[in-house]
Design a protein around this ligand. Structure first.
Ligand code: OAA
Length: 206
């Protein structure tokens, strides 16, 4: 019996977005380092001050295997929230991925680790480690409010958040939408007559 998280892993973000009317999609500037990444997991949240990533280290220490670190970096694109060393620590601890409204560095090394990172890009400067920041608290990341434990689904198209309180209902609707999308596609694929019929129905033509 697969868990709710495992079931969400099979659903494209586009389908979840349609189910929630696009309400919980993160800023589309947050993109995967590799298009093949498709992850789902519970959010372990981080609220970091601009340019100081000690709280990211705390999160790596405290998160559960399978969690996704979701980091509110205030959209800063000058200071990296992590490089290949810190990302390697997260990978070894069993964290499933990192989502951040900020940037990383050592992009070549991180791609070699093959660890799913969703971010706004890359930079050269590291963050300091003086302290401050909070973990496992409600955050705002990429324009969306996220509670610890919410389900994060991320793939080539972007990142969506499923509130924990509605996860069963949204899963059911998203799976239903996925099935309908597949039926719709197979009913017209490669069939010119079927495409004309489909379009004419939309355009109000006979
Ligand atoms: O230590 C850092 O914050 C960033 C870094 O260079 C790494 O993770 O490799």
């Amino acid at each position: 019996m697969s868990t709710v998280v495992e079931k969400f892993q099979t659903v494209p973000t586009t389908c979840i977005s349609d189910t929630m009317q696009g309400l919980n999609n993160l800023d589309p500037a947050i993109k995967p380092l590799k298009e093949e990444y498709h992850i789902a997991g519970r959010a372990f949240t981080v609220k970091m001050p601009v340019g100081d990533n000690l709280s990211v280290l705390q999160a790596i220490r405290d998160a559960q295997p399978g969690d996704i670190l979701v980091i509110d970096a205030k959209g800063d694109t000058y200071r990296a929230i992590a490089g290949d060393f810190v990302v390697g620590l997260a990978q070894t601890m069993g964290i499933k991925g990192i989502v951040v409204d900020g940037v990383i560095r050592d992009i070549v090394g991180i791609k070699k680790l093959d660890f799913p990172v969703f971010c706004k890009g890359t930079t050269v400067a590291a963050s300091g480690k003086a302290g401050w920041g909070e973990v496992n608290v409600p955050i705002s990341c990429g324009g969306v409010s996220i509670q610890p434990g919410d389900i994060i689904v991320a793939d080539a198209d972007g990142v969506v958040v499923v509130p924990q309180s509605k996860e069963e209902q949204i899963l059911e609707q998203a799976l239903d939408k996925l099935e309908k999308d597949q039926v719709r596609e197979s009913s017209v694929a490669g069939n010119r007559e079927a495409v004309i019929q489909y379009l004419d129905k939309f355009l109000g033509r006979k």
